[in-house]
Design a protein around this ligand. Structure first.
Ligand SMILES: [Mg+2]
Length: 212
């Protein structure tokens, strides 16, 4: 099975971290907030119920986001750069679709030669001093079903989504196939419902599904 458009989740798929949880740890709110993220990724609570709560407690500033953007890159999952260069060689269209924070993810995308217009994530706003002002509360990616909304907007009928969480599985609703990636966090709900599943911690394994 070959696909025209290959979409990737970011947190716990391209990078080993959950970005918002790392920000929470940085400000001393780690345990409480990472439980919320995990519950949302397992489908036990609605993403929209945890999204505002986490960010309004953390209030990340511009320096926090720069720190996080470096962490995303230093914690890259094994094989990611090989996968992206192979997909580019085969002229595949690649998108990153994430409920994470856009300015933290853009440097990782740049490193993987993914254009900014193919990075879908939640924007965040700062004042002139770099203090937190808020986030894009209208982004579909702050809610369950948001990844399906983005995939539908790509207007392709031959899409595969690679990710670790419940919010990635939701892309099935608009006809995308799902490759569950369990290399960082292996979730039962994803293993049971994805079209394919990777247990290995090296994402090059997805190339064995004849994506290209
Ligand atoms: Mg994820």
């Amino acid at each position: 099975m070959s696909f025209d458009v290959i979409c990737f989740d970011c947190d716990s798929t391209l990078s080993k971290i959950e970005g918002i949880d790392e920000l929470a740890k940085r400000v001393g709110l780690g345990d409480e907030l990472s439980k919320l993220t995990d519950a949302a990724m397992n489908g036990d609570v609605a993403l929209e119920d945890v999204y505002a709560k986490r960010l309004n407690l953390i209030k990340p500033n511009r320096a926090d986001i720069e720190w996080l953007s470096n962490l995303y890159i230093s914690e890259l999952v094994d094989g990611v750069e090989v996968v992206f260069s192979q997909l580019a060689q085969h002229n595949k269209t690649v998108h990153i679709i994430s409920g994470g924070l856009l300015p933290a993810i853009l440097p990782l995308a740049k490193r993987l030669n993914v254009p900014q217009s193919h990075v879908h994530a939640v924007d965040i706003y700062f004042d002139d001093n770099g203090a937190y002002l808020g986030y894009d509360i209208d982004s579909p990616l702050t809610k369950n079903g948001g990844k399906a909304v983005i995939i539908e907007s790509l207007e392709s009928h031959n899409v595969v989504m690679v990710g670790d969480g419940q919010t990635d599985l939701e892309a099935q609703k608009v006809g995308a196939k799902i490759i569950g990636f369990g290399g960082v966090i292996s979730r039962d709900v994803v293993r049971e419902n994805a079209d394919f599943f990777v247990e290995e911690n090296d994402i090059r394994k997805i190339l064995t599904f004849d994506l290209i």
